[in-house]
Write a protein that binds this ligand. Structure first.
Ligand code: F6R
Length: 244
């Protein structure tokens, strides 16, 4: 595991975009595993800048997102489908048919999760998976649990996640209570992982994830067992390391 310290969110985003750009240049038809949330927005902005400058070509790139709220249709402005369109896809030349996100409008959870795992298998697996880190240590929507989930599944979101995500919704009761997410096993099958963490509010959970015991109670701690993880974090998020 490599941990890169950057001064702030902007530098973290630029560093992450450089890694993604290198991945695309080295393997133009690569499969990128993408995340939503606040953390990767700056990285996506930087990728869009590089595309607009003519440095990047997404015409053969394929993508698979980590997760989606269950119960939201794709045109809902809180869906992760909508987020990806707004923040990345509509600004670059990725082909819509090459972008994959669990379909939150499918009410048959088991069928949708099976379909999504099949999509990932057909893609040949993820080359580079971007992850953000939840305040409770979740990755994707794999919440603290008694065991690591292997494959894409439907989860009940914890109170902490509902509260953290409330900022994007008009009212707390509008936050969906369930989501479809890649499992920990699905995430661990990615060939390379890029974990992005910013801000002092994540400092303790970042330390617990990377230096604490590996436990499903801190889902991100499993990354200690992955052979190729790059962590890019700003100084604020590293503050618990610096105190040790
Ligand atoms: C998003 C996702 C989540 C977020 C995490 C951090 O697709 O899978 O695990 O990465 O909740 O969210 P932010 O970046 O908003 O702090």
């Amino acid at each position: 595991m490599r941990i890169y310290r950057t001064a702030d969110y902007q530098e973290m985003s630029r560093s992450a975009a450089r890694i993604l750009a290198a991945q695309i240049q080295l393997k133009p038809d690569c499969v990128l595993g993408l995340a939503t949330g606040s953390t990767p927005i700056g990285t996506y902005e930087e990728l869009v800048r590089q595309y607009q400058a003519g440095w990047l070509d997404f015409s053969e790139v394929k993508s698979a997102n980590l997760d989606e709220y269950r119960g939201l249709t794709r045109d809902n402005d809180q869906s992760y489908y909508y987020f990806m369109r707004q923040n990345l896809f509509r600004h670059i030349n990725i082909k819509p048919e090459n972008t994959h996100i669990p379909d939150g409008s499918q009410s048959d959870a088991s069928a949708e999760c099976t379909r999504y795992e099949h999509v990932l298998t057909q893609l040949g697996g993820v080359d580079l998976q971007i992850l953000g880190l939840g305040h409770n240590g979740h990755i994707g929507f794999n919440e603290p649990a008694d065991a690591f989930a292997q494959t894409t599944h439907c989860v009940d979101l914890t109170r902490s996640t509902i509260e953290a995500n409330q900022r994007f919704f008009a009212r707390e009761e509008d936050v969906p209570r369930q989501a479809y997410t890649m499992g920990i096993g699905t995430i661990m099958r990615a060939r390379k992982i890029l974990l992005l963490v910013s801000g002092s509010a994540k400092a303790d959970i970042l330390y617990a994830s990377l230096r604490g015991p590996v436990t499903p109670q801190v889902p991100a701690s499993i990354l200690q067992f992955h052979p190729d993880v790059t962590v890019i974090t700003d100084e604020a998020a590293l503050s618990s390391f610096l105190r040790q």
